[in-house]
Design a protein around this ligand. Structure first.
Ligand code: NAD
Length: 467
């Protein structure tokens, strides 16, 4: 398979794809390697990831360039992703003990191992076994480390299938883990597209952790439906923001331009639609337009670039269709609106703002996954709430207001896994990352996002039994 630079359309390399037979071999070897790995002490496992962190930090610039070249992420944001990945690894290293170390939860009062008939109860979190991690391209360091770091630290083997649009980063992750001391066969990188991903699922993996689109999530769910395999799906979003009239407008505008256009709008938690209270609509949209016009679109290797190319050429047609549909239903394109090229090449789309939107438009209902935003005026908090919930997705939502109580009240009525007050497009390792409705099932990050790679065993321990 070829890896293509989406900014220059140049082929970066040709790679041999895995086949049914090589996937089978990788699975069998991973299964054998995991039996030993689960018995390795937590201290050694943590040391390997400390080494990994060190190597990632040392090679940050080179790895950021690699990522930028294969999926078009602006270089400053690629470096930002790797820096934040380091913090995330630190968090896992600090918190994994709370899940991986056995926890005594009950003892007979005055318990001693030497006294007769004393009961001790203990929870042990055991690894699931071999897990499949089928990953997306938009944040390969983030969405990858959210899975393979806690999975390996808790004693699993991981069959890692990077997206075909982030293959070079996936191969680099595999190399770095081996150089950090991870034993062979525990983290085979599987090369290929959807068909090869399907091959992995034919084997008796103990968990499937998927990040990607709803359509692929549905296919994966169907393909393992008759098996007792833990399934976790991190899927798409159509994340809304609501700006009340009492918001700090300057802050709201800056935060929501960044929330919509960072990573060229290709984040699962990108802000994809904005509702503004009627009395502030003109003020907000005027300032938003000015700010969006100042975004620098250009070569991802230029440190000043904020908006790069789309990673996937096919997405251009989706965005064009959303613009056309919105305009035919009364929307006004006030910034951008069409594909463009830099030096005659690349899958670029102008940063695009459409105002006067309504919910008959695809732009306000379907995932865009690109540098485009729809803005709609609303009469009240109640109308904002109804529109924000009028979607099949439920990843994040945000409310901008000076009134914390009102914000929390509105956010509590929204069906999303993450709620933001005066912020957006933000992920923290302390907090669970979890979807509702078509945004998926399960959780990464937080202690629950470590626990999800384990299964609990209850121990009942009776000392010195005496009749
Ligand atoms: P995608 O569904 O096209 O591909 C995701 C992965 O699945 C790739 O590795 C692909 O090769 C593989 N795949 C495709 N068909 C398969 C099959 N039949 N069996 C097994 N594997 C298969 O998605 P994408 O374009 O890589 O990612 C974009 C999507 O991911 C967006 O919808 C975005 O919102 C979502 N996403 C969600 C989160 C989250 O945390 N919720 C994070 C990042 C991305």
């Amino acid at each position: 398979m070829s890896v293509v630079n989406p900014a220059t359309e140049q082929i970066l390399g040709e790679y041999q794809m895995d086949t049914a037979s090589t996937v089978k071999t990788k699975f069998e070897r991973a299964k054998a390697a995991q039996k030993n790995w689960k018995t390795v002490g937590l201290g050694l496992k943590k040391q390997i990831f400390t080494n990994f962190r060190q190597k990632l930090s040392t090679n940050k610039d080179q790895l950021a360039s690699l990522l930028s070249s294969e999926m078009g992420k602006p270089i400053s944001q690629a470096k930002g992703e790797i820096s934040a990945t380091l913090t995330r690894i630190d968090w896992f290293l600090t918190h994994v003990d709370q899940v991986a170390i056995n926890n005594v939860v009950f003892e007979t009062p005055g318990w001693s191992a030497h006294k007769p008939n004393q009961m001790q109860e203990m929870i042990q979190n055991e690894p699931l076994g071999v897990i499949a991690n089928i990953s997306a391209w938009n944040y390969p360091w983030f969405v990858g480390t959210n899975v393979f770091v806690p999975a390996l630290l808790t004693g699993n083997a991981v069959l890692y299938k990077p997206s075909e649009h982030a293959l070079l980063t996936g191969l680099a992750i595999g190399r770095l883990l081996l150089e950090s001391g991870l034993p062979d066969d525990l983290f085979p990188v599987i090369v290929g597209g959807g068909e090869v991903g399907g091959e992995i699922l034919k084997h008796s993996v103990n968990g499937v952790f998927f990040t990607g689109s709803v359509q692929t999530g549905q296919r994966i769910t169907n393909s393992i439906a008759n098996r007792w395999t833990r399934l976790q799906l991190e899927l798409g979003g159509k994340d809304p923001a609501y700006v009340r009239s009492d918001a700090n407008m300057e802050h709201a505008v800056g935060s929501l331009v960044e929330g919509a256009f960072y990573n060229t709008g290709q984040s699962c938690c990108s802000v994809e639609r904005i509702y503004v209270e009627k009395s502030s609509y003109s003020r907000f949209t005027n300032a938003y337009i000015q700010n969006a016009k100042s975004l620098v679109t250009g070569s991802p290797s230029d440190p000043d670039t904020f908006v790069g190319p789309l990673a996937r050429q096919e997405q251009i047609a989706v965005l064009e269709d959303q613009v056309k549909d919105a305009v035919s239903k009364g929307g006004k394109v006030v910034v951008g609106g069409k594909p463009t090229k830099i030096n005659g090449k690349g899958y670029f789309f102008e940063p695009t703002v459409v105002i006067d939107c309504n919910h008959s438009m695809k732009l306000m209902k379907d995932e865009s996954f690109g540098p485009i935003i729809g803005i709609q005026s609303v009469e009240s908090d109640q109308q904002a709430l109804e529109l924000m919930n009028d979607t099949e997705y439920g990843l994040t939502s945000s409310v901008y207001t000076m009134d914390r109580t009102r914000a929390i009240d509105i956010l509590s009525h929204l069906e999303t896994g993450t709620a933001y007050w005066n912020t957006s497009d933000r992920v923290s390792p302390h907090l669970p990352w979890s979807g509702r409705r078509n945004s998926g099932i399960g959780v990464t990050l937080s202690l629950d996002g470590i626990r999800t790679f384990t299964q609990p065993r209850g121990w009942h321990l009776l000392s010195n039994p005496k009749v």
